[in-house]
Design a protein around this ligand. Structure first.
Ligand code: GTQ
Ligand code: FE2
Length: 365
């Protein structure tokens, strides 16, 4: 944090200079501290929200609050305790749980902040993205890229809760937030059965792409739904390869990619899934930029700058920049992560470092 020293200088001329500088909205750098810090000075703190609390409070909100209050979304935002009451999970990422009851609809709108949904449990809800209906089932990743129309429908008889992430704080910081409500009509399609148009064209299987789709480079993946069955198969495949790095370390990792380019799914957000087997040996790592982690399956412990938290399915974790993260699995643990790495990489600010427990203890003391 930037701080100014207010000690009044003895020299009356200097004292007058400082007074006049302040009057003209100028600050002398030589009186400022905490600007160019040796390592990132991060105000957000590592934090964990319990899946049980998120489900209970979502249900209570569902009983008490109609879906059309506030942006037509029944959303509980993760508010990082270090950010002074802002509704942001980290300085660049919005995280939330969204609850949609039986028969409810969250009508169409669009905004420049990009969004994604990761489904922690349940099924039956579908989202239309620019009119393309995408079914949402446990373990699926659904993209709603910047400025795409999106609406959510729950035609079934059970409520559904899912995890939302948006790059809203980043886009707000850049002064680039735009929002437009829809005209109140819902997508023509009412049957999300089978594959969406996006999956029919781009989800055919590994390396199978329709003709003529590579130029110009798209700003986001044309595949908008990544199904759990595919993710699960990719992770299991890595672990079943006897001599592979994944099998030896007990840790499989995939990055969700644009199938036409191999790039991240959206320009501002990277999505990943890690599978940790009990006894795996992945070291603690810290990186620039922040992440949100959703515990999908299994149980274990996550150490954030050396503080251990037991984790269960549905828990959501904010990992601010330069926080050392170490994961231990009790039972096979599947963790979904969204982060801002594509932004840091594009700006040549991405750094990552392995942290040994010793180094961490030294840093903590
Ligand atoms: O589902 O469209 O968590 O617009 C925040 C803003 C979800 C959404 C959020 C949104 C949405
Ligand atoms: Fe939205």
């Amino acid at each position: 944090m930037t701080t100014q020293r207010f000690d009044a200088p003895a020299d009356p001329l200097l004292h007058a200079l400082y007074g006049d500088l302040a009057e003209k909205d100028l600050q002398p750098l030589w009186r400022l501290h905490g600007l160019l810090t040796p390592t990132p000075a991060v105000t957000a703190v590592p934090h964990l929200w319990r899946g049980r609390d998120l489900r209970d409070l979502g249900e209570r909100a569902g009983r008490l609050v109609p879906v059309d209050r506030g942006g037509d979304r029944r959303v509980l935002s993760l508010s990082n305790p270090g950010l002074g009451g802002l509704p942001y999970a980290t300085s660049t990422l919005w995280g939330a749980v969204q609850y949609l009851g039986p028969g409810e609809t969250a009508p169409a709108h669009r905004h420049t902040p990009a969004a994604l949904r990761f489904v922690l449990g349940g099924e039956g809800v579908w989202t239309a993205v620019n009119g393309d209906p995408l079914a949402m089932s446990a373990g699926d990743l659904i993209l709603t890229p910047s400025w795409t129309w999106h609406e959510h429908h729950n035609p079934g008889d059970t409520p559904m809760t899912w995890f939302d992430a948006l790059d809203l704080p980043l886009v707000e910081g850049l002064g680039a937030v735009f929002f437009e409500p829809g005209d109140g009509r819902t997508a023509a399609t009412t049957s999300p059965a089978g594959h969406s148009a996006s999956e029919r064209r781009f989800g055919g299987g590994p390396g199978l792409l329709p003709d003529g789709t590579t130029t110009p480079p798209p700003s986001h993946s044309p595949l908008l739904r990544y199904r759990w069955a595919d993710t699960d198969r990719a992770l299991a495949g890595q672990l079943s390869e006897p001599a592979s790095q994944a099998a030896r370390s007990g840790h499989a990792h995939i990055r969700y990619a644009d199938p036409t380019s191999g790039r991240d799914v959206m320009p501002t957000m990277r999505c990943e899934m890690d599978r940790y087997l009990p006894g795996h040996t992945a070291p603690a790592v810290r990186r620039t930029g922040s992440s949100l982690v959703a515990v999908f399956r299994g149980s274990g412990t996550v150490a954030l700058d050396g503080t251990h938290h037991d984790i269960e399915p549905g828990d959501l974790i904010a990992v601010p920049s330069w926080t050392a993260v170490r994961v231990l699995a009790h039972e096979t643990l599947d963790l979904f992560t969204v982060n801002d790495a594509p932004v840091l990489e594009t700006l040549a600010l991405y750094r990552t470092e392995e942290v040994t427990e010793d180094a961490q203890n030294v840093a903590d003391n």
